[in-house]
Design a protein around this ligand. Structure first.
Ligand code: DAH
Length: 338
């Protein structure tokens, strides 16, 4: 039996060392240690060994099993190492890692979301309206007479149907007042379209953020306080803001708002960012007429409105000199916002 065990061990170790891959190694393991393996079968015969020899044969069996198991483990490690090295052949593991490109939100999205965040904290809710509008919502209801230059074919994109691409988000004021009654506090960010000559500060599609606040006893100081607070939140508390008297058909009095822009190494400059004013009673009257009620009684309700240029806000915030960068989608420009 002793010889038999030794022969099995020698045979197994030879098979293990000859195994070319993990499958051959496993075959070798099963052949010797498996349920019907050579060593397993011999071990089963120990019951027939004379009592006085049992201990010695047992020891021999254990030693053979230990040696074979150790050889199997060593060979497995060696085979894995060979396989790993083969998998890496031709790959230079000392090369720098491939760069991971991180995406980012577009600057217009960033500024719009910040603006919305501030105004929502102040109690404004989001409102919406169509970009393809009619003359009533874009002009007539906003007290803009038929001969006003903004309604010119030269300035506005008209469809054959007579509809148009809204020239400002102020049409959402009308859409909102048609379906809601005071008090109203809404903001409406969105695109507007004009047939402008395209240059560093003009595009034919741009972005505005409209606001409308209607209640009783709403006054000019409310307008001023709200917008000053908003701009200080957006651009920082030391930002200088100025209200310049202006004219808009749908507000009276009306103002343009300028923000003082200070760029290092340049003389400070006032930049116009918004129009605003107290809602003209004529707007309330035309709304009442189309609603067929007196929900916006000009004797009782007052309000203010504003319309900001979101592209302008982004340009001020990040010192962007050319508005066209905002629509070109040039990754070299956009990746600085990542
Ligand atoms: N709609 C005006 C424009 O596009 C901006 C504006 C001015 C909006 C005064 C307003 C406002 O709501 O009250 O130039």
């Amino acid at each position: 039996m002793k010889e038999q065990i030794e022969a099995i061990q020698t045979e197994a170790l030879a098979q293990i060392s000859a195994a070319a891959d993990e499958r051959a190694l496993d075959d070798a393991r099963v052949a010797v240690l498996g349920k019907k393996g050579t060593l397993t079968l011999v071990a089963a015969g120990i019951k027939d060994v004379p009592k006085e020899d049992k201990a010695a044969v047992g020891q021999l069996l254990n030693a053979a099993r230990t040696a074979i198991t150790a050889a199997l483990e060593d060979k497995q490690i060696a085979l894995r190492e060979v396989a790993d090295r083969a998998a890496l052949a031709g790959i230079d593991v000392t090369l720098p890692a491939r760069q991971v490109h991180v995406g980012s939100l577009h600057p217009l999205t960033l500024i719009r979301d910040q603006a919305i965040g501030i105004l929502r904290r102040m109690g404004f809710a989001l409102a919406d309206g169509p970009e393809i509008e009619d003359e009533f919502h874009c002009f007539d209801a906003l007290n803009t007479p038929a001969d006003h230059p903004a309604r010119n074919e030269k300035d506005t994109f008209y469809f054959d149907s007579g509809k148009l691409l809204r020239t400002h988000t102020s049409s959402v004021q009308i859409r909102t007042m048609e379906t809601q009654t005071p008090p109203i506090r809404i903001i409406a960010p969105g695109s507007a379209y004009r047939r402008d000559e395209i240059d560093a500060t003009h595009l034919s599609v741009f972005n505005q953020l409209e606001g409308l606040y209607i209640g009783t006893d709403v006054s000019l100081p409310d307008l001023k306080g709200t917008l000053e607070y908003f701009l200080h939140e957006l651009f920082g508390p030391s930002t200088e803001v100025r209200f310049r008297p202006h004219f808009f058909p749908f507000t009276e009095p009306s103002f343009e708002i300028d923000v003082k822009l200070t760029v290092k190494g340049q003389a400070p400059k006032w930049i116009e960012i918004a129009g605003c004013g107290m809602v003209d009673p004529a707007v309330f009257e035309s709304i009442n007429k189309s609603r067929k009620d007196n929900a916006f009684d000009p004797e009782k309700v007052t309000g203010f409105a504003f319309g900001m240029g979101l592209d302008r806000l982004a340009m001020i915030r990040w010192g962007i000199k050319d508005i066209r960068l905002l629509i070109e989608n040039d990754a070299r420009f956009l990746k600085q916002f990542a």
